[in-house]
Design a protein around this ligand. Structure first.
Ligand code: SAH
Ligand code: SF4
Length: 382
């Protein structure tokens, strides 16, 4: 008999599951807290549950996170994990400590079908959607692992960004319960403002997210006109910029923040010229007559072999930022973190394409147990 993995459920789902076992809803709440707040995997530990329930769960269910293939720590404190999702596929998760927060960057798919020109994940094609359990498992593992290794009892991860591998809004059914567990007070209790879904622009799903589970939204724009965006983000041919910005305006009615973040990857000689900056300003300030409340995040391109693209120079990035800023829009330049361990934006490859090599490496790495990996304590940077 295959057992249910309880990491697959948000609280509603767990309550329904407990209902099937003839248990009341408050039992699901207790169980949910054991799993997500305390990181329990053993039903025997759950001493406030009746022994009969613990026995029932032990035979019908499990709490099973993704196996860790490797862990790398950057000189700047960033930690990257590679998780095995089977069939030679792996996904990456990155923890970024800052003085006032701890951010976890989570993957939603093995590979990605959107195929953006500047993205390493996109170059590797699409393998499959992750399940809710596989998405949540990244947070569950990172939170409890870091707590243990940093000797903390309180929460380490305060922010989640769905900016790892994959297009989260092309895996909507699995994404929403995972987001709900992140937000749930009996789960991770994260604020809606501190959970960000980043999308290349799946317009109908932006609307659904606004109704089902509004969290902070980041839109990967990367170009101020359709011709250029078509060539960088192929999904633009299906959902062009005007439709995307309409969806952003509708989303703002539900969003926990009063702006949308627009990500703009700075590509040398491609989208980084002063005329692009002026066009971007006109676009965001003019759309629909009243404009879209926006914050612009310039991301210096993180190169990878085979992209054939290069990072804009600092002078071009500064000049671009100045034009946007002088026009009255809020603009930030993203600091690159973890690039010495290939953990920066767009470098998350997970080695989806090279199955043979991954297979070989997995064979070696399977022998590494998570407990054997020592994480240098970086209390100061947390
Ligand atoms: N699929 C979603 C979320 C994952 S990508 C999306 O596209 O929004 C997260 C962010 O990293 C996006 O803004 C993406 O455009 C950016 N990105 C991808 N490749 C990059 C690269 N090589 N350098 C810098 N940023 C990159
Ligand atoms: Fe997919 Fe996002 Fe990469 Fe585009 S940038 S290929 S949508 S992961």
């Amino acid at each position: 008999m295959t057992t249910a993995n309880l990491l697959d459920f948000d609280l509603e789902g767990l309550a329904a599951y407990c209902g099937q076992l003839g248990e009341k809803r408050f039992r699901a709440t207790q169980l949910f807290r054991w799993i997500h707040q305390r990181g329990a995997t053993d039903f025997g530990q759950m001493t406030d549950l009746a022994k009969s329930l613990r026995d029932k769960l032990a035979s019908a269910a499990r709490i099973e996170a993704l196996p860790v293939l490797s862990q790398h720590e950057s000189a700047d404190g960033t930690v990257k994990w590679l998780f095995d999702v089977g069939n030679g596929d792996a996904v990456e998760t990155v923890f970024i400590p800052e003085t006032d927060r701890g951010t976890l960057c989570i993957s939603s798919q093995a590979g990605c079908a959107v195929g953006c020109r500047f993205c390493s994940t996109g170059h590797q094609g699409f393998s499959r959607n992750l399940t809710t359990g596989e998405i949540l498992s990244q947070l569950w593992f990172a939170e409890h692992f870091l707590r243990k290794h940093l000797g903390k009892t309180e929460r380490v991860i305060s922010n989640v960004v769905m900016m790892g591998m994959g297009e989260p809004l092309q895996n909507y059914a699995a994404l929403v319960p995972a987001l709900r567990a992140m937000l749930d007070d009996h789960g991770y209790g994260l604020s809606r403002r501190r959970v960000t879904v980043s999308t290349s622009g799946v317009v109908p799903m932006i609307d659904r997210l606004g109704h089902d589970c509004p969290v902070a939204l980041a839109v990967s724009l990367h170009a101020p006109n359709d011709a250029l965006r078509d060539s960088l983000v192929p999904l633009n041919k299906k959902y062009p910029i005007a439709e995307l910005l309409d969806a952003c305006q509708r989303y703002l009615a539900h969003a926990p923040r009063d702006f949308i973040t627009f990500e703009y990857c700075m590509l040398d000689g491609v989208n980084d010229q002063p005329e692009h900056a002026h066009q971007l300003v006109a676009l965001l300030q003019g759309h629909g007559g009243q404009g879209v409340r926006a914050k612009i995040n310039l991301i210096p391109f993180n190169p990878f072999p085979a992209s054939g693209l290069t990072r804009s120079g600092n002078a071009a990035i500064d000049a671009f930022a100045r034009i946007v800023n002088d026009a009255g829009l809020v603009v930030t330049v993203r600091k690159t973190r973890g690039d010495d361990i290939d953990a920066a934006c767009g470098q998350l490859a997970g080695d989806v394409q090279d199955r043979t090599r991954v297979g070989e490496r997995m064979a070696v790495q399977r022998s590494i147990r998570v407990q054997d990996i020592t994480l240098r304590s970086r209390e100061a940077s947390l």
